[in-house]
Design a protein around this ligand. Structure first.
Ligand SMILES: [Zn+2]
Length: 84
């Protein structure tokens, strides 16, 4: 399973998710296709989306309670610790 493209996909995952959330026209169709067919990278994309949205929300609200941040991080760690 070393040639599944995960490494390449994950290297660009953050940029992909950011572009996706900002509704930019992205050039990430290869990654999108890989993520759609790869449960491991789907999880990773979910983590990135959650994190990006949480950060954006925190910036908008300005008041980001430490407790909320801790909860987000805990839920992300939970997703990442699941077996793929
Ligand atoms: Zn993958």
């Amino acid at each position: 399973m070393s040639d599944c493209g995960c490494e390449k996909a994950r290297a660009d995952l953050e940029a992909f998710v950011r572009g996706e959330l900002e509704c930019c026209r992205t050039q990430h169709s290869e990654i999108r296709e890989h993520i759609e067919n790869c449960p491991g990278c789907q999880d990773e994309a979910t983590v990135q989306r959650t994190l990006t949205v949480a950060v954006q929300r925190a910036c908008i609200d300005e008041a980001a309670p430490e407790e909320l941040k801790a909860q987000v991080i805990a839920s992300l760690l939970d997703v990442q610790s699941r077996p793929h």
